[in-house]
Design a protein around this ligand. Structure first.
Ligand code: G
Ligand code: G
Ligand code: NA
Ligand code: MN
Length: 252
């Protein structure tokens, strides 16, 4: 209860902030985009991970307000960097399953935020995990309308769910993000290597872009390049960065 009340206050007091983790093209080395990852700067506890407050937000319904704030802030900041003359980058925003459950909610929200911030829809990507695909009858038409708006959709933590393959067939997915569980020991573990290779080939056969998450060593990047992976994300390139750190990173 205490954390819930604190979370309400956090929204009102602007205690949430976004960090951005870059994504890099493994062939060209070019930075292609960044994932927005929310943080809570609690006045006494310090920085709280979304692992510790997103589940509470989902249970209490605060996820709607938090989700709106995250989408707006990610779009506003991305547009701002474009206006300042940085290379245009695609920002990806994580969505919770709950955000699909309200009728006539998510698409009007996104439309409004894109209009308010002036961000072109091609620079906004929505990241869904398996839980986001729970109800195909509900989710599929929303994803199709996202595609009509030229937004892109990525499936996060790929390979860890139960029926992930069926999602690829059913839903209009642009990007597959291979879960970092497969990448961690990819250099040592032949099984992980072959699974990763299969996921990359599968994504490509279906016309999707493939990103590997959780890359922490140069050797992993070199191997992923050989396997034909398109992009990488992970601590080797950069940890999730504050606005100021991200700008520093882009300048280098
Ligand atoms: O960056 P970090 O490891 O702290 O993220 C932990 C988890 O929180 C990840 O699964 C990430 O997808 C999730 N997460 C981060 N930001 C958001 C957000 O804005 N909305 C939702 N729904 N999940 C987020
Ligand atoms: O579930 P999702 O893929 O959105 O989770 C993103 C989380 O993964 C973030 O909390 C981020 O801090 C974490 N993360 C990003 N890169 C790495 C990495 O290279 N290694 C590890 N262990 N975690 C990472
Ligand atoms: Na994610
Ligand atoms: Mn992930």
């Amino acid at each position: 209860y205490e954390l819930e009340n604190n979370l309400r206050v956090a929204l009102a007091n602007n205690e949430l902030f976004l960090t951005y983790q870059p994504k890099q093209n493994v062939k060209t080395g070019e930075i292609t985009g960044m994932e927005a990852l929310v943080r809570w700067k609690h006045p006494t506890i310090g920085i709280i991970s979304p692992l510790n407050f997103i589940p509470i937000a989902e249970k209490t319904g605060l996820i709607y307000q938090i989700g709106e704030w995250v989408l707006h802030e990610a779009c506003r900041q991305t547009k701002q960097w474009q206006v300042e003359g940085f290379q245009p980058l695609v920002v990806s925003v994580n969505l919770s399953a709950n955000q699909f459950n309200r009728k006539d909610y998510l698409l009007p929200l996104i439309d409004r935020i894109l209009a308010e911030t002036g961000l072109d829809p091609t620079y906004l990507q929505l990241e869904l995990t398996e839980s986001g695909f729970q109800d195909p009858v509900l989710v599929k038409p929303i994803l199709e309308q996202m595609k009509e708006r030229r937004l892109t959709i990525s499936i996060d933590d790929f390979g860890t769910g139960y029926s992930s393959l069926s999602y690829l067939k059913q839903f209009p997915i642009d990007v597959v993000k291979i879960d970092r569980a497969f990448i961690r020991e990819i250099c040592e573990n032949k099984g992980d290597q072959q699974l990763t290779k299969s996921m990359i080939d599968l994504g490509h056969v279906l016309g999707m872009k493939v990103i590997a998450e959780g890359v922490e060593e140069i050797e992993q990047i070199e191997l992923l390049r050989e396997l034909g992976c398109d992009e990488v994300q992970g601590f080797f390139i950069a940890k999730p960065l504050t606005n100021e750190e991200f700008i520093e990173f882009l300048r280098k």
